[in-house]
Design a protein around this ligand. Structure first.
Ligand SMILES: [Zn+2]
Length: 204
């Protein structure tokens, strides 16, 4: 049995107690390789690594990687903008510099033109790129959120899965014993035997 469960919905009439809190639930985690299944409330599937860990699609993982990349670019651009300062900050800097220059004008007359020529067009361009990157970022973020919501595949936490495997084995032994009993007491009413050994039915 592999540790891969799909969260499925059953009809209201097929509701069964949640494996965690015993409240009736219509969500079932189904493992085709067992088969194994357990009912659970939707809420236990969210941010609950002691119970389940989501198994995301390749598409999701790729989108997350892309998101990280764009985030890095965005942070880089934002910090570059911060270093240069906002337009206001830049203007203030020039004025304070001019005032300072007025004070010691006689000592070192420095031209302020070089700085303004350096910053102006480049800053505007970077601001545009930053804005575009931010737009791109929120678009990918939407996609990631969407894919996250759509993902219904889970892996059970290690201890949880081990207990399921053990349970499965016990069930198997019981089944074998039942078949043996049936063989030994072929005269016994099979209905009687069935009543003694109730096997759970696969959720639909
Ligand atoms: Zn529950």
């Amino acid at each position: 049995m592999i540790n891969e469960y799909i969260a499925r919905k059953v009809a209201l009439k097929d509701m069964q107690p949640c494996a965690i809190c015993s409240k009736p639930s219509t969500t079932v985690l189904y493992n085709a390789s067992g088969p194994d299944w357990l009912y659970t409330c939707e809420i236990h599937l969210q941010d609950n690594p002691q119970f389940v860990i989501p198994l995301y699609s390749t598409e999701y993982n790729e989108a997350v990687a892309q998101l990280k990349l764009v985030k890095g670019k965005m942070d880089g651009l934002a910090s570059a903008q911060n270093q240069l300062g906002s337009w206001d900050g830049w203007v203030t800097k020039i004025f304070s510099k001019k005032e300072k220059q007025k004070k010691d004008d006689s000592k070192s007359p420095e031209p302020t033109t070089t700085e303004s020529a350096d910053i102006s067009p480049e800053t505007k361009n970077d601001a545009e790129i930053l804005l575009e990157t931010q737009k791109q970022y929120s678009k990918i973020l939407d996609k990631v959120t969407e894919l996250q919501k759509k993902s219904r595949k889970y892996e059970l936490a290690k201890i949880m899965f081990e207990s399921r495997v053990l349970r499965k084995r016990t069930e198997q032994l019981n089944r074998e014993r039942y078949l043996k009993e049936q063989e030994n007491y072929s005269n016994t009413d099979p209905e009687d035997l069935l009543r003694k050994h109730v096997f759970p039915s696969v959720p639909k």
